[in-house]
Unconditional design. Sequence first.
Length: 324
Amino acid sequence: MTSSMDAAGPAQESAIEAYRVGMEYRRGWALRDCSFRLPAGRICGLVGPNGAGKTTLLAITANLLKPTDGTLKVFGMAPESAEAGRRTAFLAQEKPLFRRFTVAETLRLGRELNPGWDQRAAENIVRSGNVPINAKIGTLSGGQRTRVAFALAFGKRPDLLLLDEPMSDLDPLVRHELMGTLLAEAAERGTTVLMSSHMLTELENVCDFLLVISSGGLRMAGDVDELRSAHVLLQGARSNDGEPRIPAELAGHTMVEYRTSGRQATALIRPDGPVTGQWQADTPTLEELLLAYLRSPDAPPLISPEAHAPGKPYGFGGSDAVAA
Ligand SMILES: Nc1ncnc2c1ncn2[C@@H]1O[C@H](COP(=O)(O)OP(=O)(O)OP(=O)(O)O)[C@@H](O)[C@H]1O
């Protein structure tokens, strides 16, 4: 548990604190210098392009990988500690389950391996998808296997649930249902969820916290509403000299993205004062914000005070903090 104060106010327990975490594979660095804090009880979307380092970060948190550099703590403990392991569940992309086991045997194994196991919660998830309890895992469809993997993760009653693109092979109705189960569980038990996903619109309805990474580096982190309201989406007429250059009146603001299309110009900025000029100004939706950062890998990073690992110096240049 943390006990320090930071710019966000009185410290709340951290589910994850990462300080300068780096992971180098043979081919190069998959994560570099990642420092952030995920407060307990938040539902956090982990977003980034293919190969950004999302699975690597989740695997380090779940103690499946040791970082090459830096430290990461789960509820203040090393991921390899028994206590962190007991409090964390990881639903991996490949959903590793024993193909020869039946669904019932799989849940029994979950019960034997996990002291706080909740058989009813696990069975309910399996039953509500009409997955035959005596069928072998190898005979199930991809979506049915995902449901069993979800049941295993939920049955463990974790305090931190790590999900790696959990919904990619589920039909829209099942996605909706399992998301509902996830949110109800998180609300009832205060479970912290860290979930990687490429489905930006779905994240909008589910997440209240965000971590955005690209090329192994942290680009944006913090409370969703705080991050959204730190930005302004501007739409207006493109200057009629035909040049796609950024209008002079926007020069004093932090520019995340400037695009032109036909006679329209769109800019996503972090305003450093009032915006002048003929612009329609709106708070971006989460999807607009994420798309702008994903399209602009060179935009300066933004880490909100709440997402700063407490007491740690930050290596980011430029304006990297949302006003508290
Ligand atoms: N075991 C490994 N050995 C070598 N390189 C690896 C290994 N695992 C991942 N990488 C590389 O590390 C980088 C990050 O991979 P990672 O799987 O963490 O990305 P990701 O954000 O989860 O991607 P995706 O959205 O495609 O799932 C990639 O360049 C990948 O090729």
